[in-house]
Design a protein around this ligand. Structure first.
Ligand code: 6PG
Length: 250
């Protein structure tokens, strides 16, 4: 039975970032206690930047042994890692560099590849190897961060895309209606195997789509990619600021 969303509303984006940072550390410590390592997938887009900066800030940086963390990405834009649109570039600037995370702990999606399909397969192999996942299973990460697009997309899973029905692959190359068009993304099959999925959505621009996903009225809203994120055995946590939660019936 998939998780009931745990909706947490905070006054503003900084309060959301601080509360989410506390949960990242809590999940991280639990994972290290259980198996010595913390497997976390970072989100794309701009919203997570404030969370990354919170984790790298004096308030949080020394409260976790970051040498125990292994970083993956839930999606990437097919651009070079130094491109301002790169999800890796954002994470490197706001998290990896401030925390001195060595490259050996970071699994970056090769957005610069001229062959996205091959890059997706290569990343899937790396992910399966690093998480010691058998071929018949989906990798199960401790925590996956996700953002939310105003059209209901998450990671690089866009409404109506055939990849939404893929139950085999963990990583795929996809097309985005948003720039840049070529993307690499985790699939729902892999996302829904996570122990914890943490959505971050802030700002009034997200209020309509947040209501559509957390209080759907139509089948179309129930089929939004973000609506299909339902961890099979894990927790689903939504961090919202008041502006993004404004249309929720609570
Ligand atoms: C991406 C993201 C995407 C993002 C949403 C929200 O690479 O674009 O993974 O799913 O999370 O588009 O983006 P913002 O946080 O910038 O609003």
């Amino acid at each position: 039975m998939s998780a009931v969303p745990d909706i947490r509303i905070h006054s503003d984006s900084q309060a959301v970032a601080d509360a989410a940072a506390a949960v990242v550390l809590e999940v991280g410590r639990e994972a290290v206690r259980a198996k010595g390592r913390f497997f976390i997938a970072l989100s794309g887009g701009t919203t997570p930047e404030i969370l990354y900066r919170a984790l790298a800030s004096p308030a949080f940086a020394d409260r976790f042994d970051w040498s125990r963390a292994t970083f993956f990405f839930s999606d990437e834009r097919c651009v070079p890692p130094n491109d301002p649109r790169s999800n890796y570039a954002l994470a490197d600037k706001a998290l990896f560099t401030p925390l001195n995370i060595p490259p050996s702990q970071i699994y970056r999606m090769a957005g610069e590849s001229s062959d996205p399909q091959a890059a997706a397969s290569e990343y899937e192999q790396q992910l399966r190897l690093a998480t010691k996942t058998v071929p018949s299973a989906q990798p199960s990460l401790d925590l996956i961060l996700l953002g939310l697009g105003e059209d209901g997309h998450t990671a690089s899973l866009f409404p109506g895309a055939s990849i939404l029905r893929d139950r085999q692959r963990a990583i795929a190359a996809t097309q985005s209606p948003k720039d840049p068009p070529d993307r690499l993304t985790m699939t729902l099959a892999a996302i829904n195997r996570a122990s914890v999925v943490l959505f971050l959505a802030t700002g009034s621009g997200k209020a309509g789509v947040v209501r559509a996903i957390l209080d759907p009225k139509t089948e179309a809203e129930r089929q939004f990619p973000a609506s299909l994120v339902k961890p099979e055995e894990g927790r689903l946590i939504w961090f919202l600021d008041r502006a993004a939660a404004a249309e929720l019936p609570i």
